[in-house]
Design a protein around this ligand. Structure first.
Ligand SMILES: [Zn+2]
Length: 227
């Protein structure tokens, strides 16, 4: 069986989640004519400002990364980084539900419940609620993996583990655009062997690719799909 994606909504907690988790896939689907909307729930560097580094608004970086990947529509909300646990479930759920109602995606990609980041887990839950079966347009919900969030979550003994059951084949050009989009976030790209280095991004794509005997891929866990 095969589902063709027409309208994709990517839901992330932080600007860069979309690129780290699914940048190659987004670039590929954009090339194939899929209409893509990005919803990011937070728009500051709260954890960094707590360290005295000053609050940095990420709007420009998010928009530049989105343009690089071929995302047509960007919605950035103003919840606080690392503070989504202070927002009511009702408010968070309604925010993502409104995005779904406005854009009417058939597919949602979002963060994983398995991530050590509480923001990621809460956003994943809200996206699942917004994409639940019923009157809405959503036929499929998938989660993506983010280095030093998903893999650290597993290692920290969280009760859930990211178990990929869906792979997207990628070409070299898609990984190049993923790395270019990450550069929009400035300091987010670290030197090798950091997991969020250019080589680290490539290493994961090669590993996920080799799992399906192809050069490059991104892996996802399908939460639900309706045929
Ligand atoms: Zn994040």
């Amino acid at each position: 069986m095969h589902r063709k994606i027409s309208k994709l909504l990517v839901v992330g907690a932080h600007g860069d989640d979309e690129t780290l988790g699914a940048g190659g896939t987004i670039a590929r689907l954009a090339d194939e004519g899929v209409t893509i909307s990005l919803c990011i729930l937070t728009n500051d560097d709260g954890s960094r400002s707590a360290n005295g580094a000053g609050v940095v608004n990420r709007t420009a970086a998010i928009e530049l990364a989105a343009k690089t990947l071929g995302i047509e529509r960007v919605r950035i909300h103003e919840f606080g980084d690392n503070r989504l646990d202070t927002v009511s479930h009702l408010e968070l759920n309604r925010t993502v539900e409104n995005e779904v109602r406005d854009f009417e995606p058939d597919t949602i990609l979002t963060t994983s419940m398995c991530d050590l980041s509480t923001d990621h887990a809460l956003v994943s839950r809200a996206a699942r609620v917004a994409g639940r079966p019923g009157k809405g347009s959503v036929q499929e919900v998938r989660t993506f993996e983010i280095r030093s969030a998903t893999d650290v979550g597993e290692a920290s003994g969280l009760p859930v583990t990211f178990r990929p059951n869906c792979w997207q084949r990628l070409e070299e050009t898609h990984i190049e655009r993923k790395v270019e989009a990450l550069r929009a976030y400035g300091k987010e790209l670290e030197p090798w062997p950091h997991p969020r280095s250019e080589r680290g991004v490539r290493a994961l794509a090669e590993y996920r690719g080799s799992q399906i005997s192809t050069e490059l891929a991104e892996a996802f866990e399908i939460v639900r799909v309706v045929y």
